[in-house]
Design a protein around this ligand. Structure first.
Ligand SMILES: [Zn+2]
Length: 431
């Protein structure tokens, strides 16, 4: 019989949480020895503690593609997933049916929880990765209704997503934070006011990209509902979520987390460093000290929510800053500056490029506010970013094309027979 999964409320101190982790750790180390990768790495010697081990890297998973990490029979697998970095070499991951209980359980830990009365729009990728399926299965387990919107699909252009949000009384959504802004622009183009004309909407679940408090608050104001942030990865699933106090907590009863100093390689229980994870209930693909390569701050501190789970702040990916004129900037810094502009300017979309002498930031702004928005950002950004900044305004529709928002074209099924008045050259799209 598998060990019962811990639930929030089962422990009331960090010491008790530590005991829950230690109790499971022997099983984790034992299961790891069933995977060819760890058998070889540990030369057949059963480790007695995590402290004896180095980190497992993404490169190790890639080198073991596809089933080098498999610790169960192939027939026990329920799903196979992969993510691919810039190298194009897939990072594989796989789960048994039993692991799916842990996965959906963790995703369902939300400060605005799903109920059987909810309609959830899933607007995040389904293809190969975990994210779409995670929310889909969690919703089914709760009894909620799922609208499988996907993203990156020709069958679900933004006009259909806005229509679905409105007509189907969607109450919850799951997407990147950026996508919620594109829906807002699409809704406005269709004549809707995002904060007023979607009364069924209760919350936006977001993840998949860094999100600062300034942009989070702006998105919440635009839609008039809370933005509930989620942090996770395809190899392990949901890792952290927002508590009712608005802090991100790591699911440390299910995944043991440590931080690694990228300079010294030293691993500590908390502090600032690269997030290193040991999932406690993984069967199909055990991972010991898996280095996610995300820079985080991890703290075991009390929070009024009473969850007794460490707080986590995701600081970004190591090396994600861009050099500019003797300094450097991150996407998050530019985002903070842009979304720090007054809400009435209506600026939602931006892009920036490093030049030899300055960072050029372009913002989409409508004529009544364009000059003020440019002046305000030009006055504030150089100090906030610590580099010279040139601000340009571009017309609405430049960065997020209006055709993208209004396009009603559906992907067509392959067709070979056409009527006399049909253009057969236009019918080449297939899906
Ligand atoms: Zn909390």
């Amino acid at each position: 019989m598998p060990a019962p999964l811990p639930q929030i409320g089962d422990w009331t101190s960090f010491e008790e949480l530590g005991r829950i982790q230690s109790k499971q750790l022997d099983t984790v180390l034992e299961r790891a020895m069933r995977s060819p990768f760890y058998r070889e790495r540990l030369a057949g010697r059963q480790p007695s503690a995590l402290a004896d081990l180095g980190v497992t890297r993404k490169d190790d998973l890639r080198a073991g593609y596809p089933f080098g990490m498999l610790a169960v029979e192939r027939r026990e697998l329920a799903t196979y997933h992969e993510s691919s970095g810039s190298s194009g070499v897939p990072t594989p991951s796989y789960y048994t049916a039993a692991e799916w209980t842990d996965l959906t359980d963790r995703f369902a830990r939300k400060s605005v929880p799903m109920t059987a009365d909810d309609t959830l729009l899933v607007r995040i990728p389904y293809a190969l990765v975990l994210a779409g399926h995670l929310a889909h299965q969690a919703a089914l387990a709760t009894g909620a209704t799922v609208v499988a919107g996907d993203c990156r699909s020709l069958a679900a252009p933004y006009s259909r997503i806005v229509r679905a949000l409105h007509d189907l009384d969607v109450s919850l959504t799951w997407s990147t934070p950026s996508d919620t802004l594109v829906w807002a622009a699409g809704a406005q183009l269709a004549g809707y006011r995002p904060a007023e004309d979607f009364p069924a909407l209760r919350a936006l679940y977001v993840g998949g990209e860094p999100l600062g408090p300034v942009r989070r608050e702006r998105i919440a104001a635009i839609w008039g509902v809370p933005v509930v942030e989620e942090y996770g990865c395809t190899e392990i699933g949901s890792l952290a979520g927002t508590c009712p106090q608005g802090r991100m907590h790591l699911w440390a009863d299910r995944v043991l987390a440590e931080v690694r100093d990228p300079a010294t390689g030293e691993i500590s229980a908390e502090g600032v460093g690269q997030l290193v994870l040991t999932p406690l209930f993984r069967e199909a693909m055990p991972l010991l000290r898996y280095d996610l390569e995300d820079l985080v701050e991890l703290r075991s501190q009390d929070c009024p929510c009473g969850w007794y789970l460490p707080t986590i702040r995701v600081l970004g990916r190591a090396g994600s800053d861009i050099p500019v004129a003797g300094g450097s900037v991150t996407s998050r810094q530019v985002e903070d500056a842009v979304f720090g502009l007054p809400a009435e300017y209506g600026v939602m979309f931006w892009r920036a490029r490093a030049g030899a002498d300055a960072l050029t930031v372009q913002i989409e702004a409508a004529p009544p506010f364009a000059a003020d928005a440019r002046a305000a950002l030009a006055a504030h950004a150089p100090e906030a970013l610590g580099v010279p900044v040139r601000v340009e305004t571009v017309p609405v529709g430049t960065l997020v094309p209006l055709e993208l928002l209004s396009n009603r074209l559906d992907a067509m099924k392959p067709r070979r027979l056409f009527a006399a008045d049909e253009d057969w050259d236009a019918a080449v799209l297939t899906c």
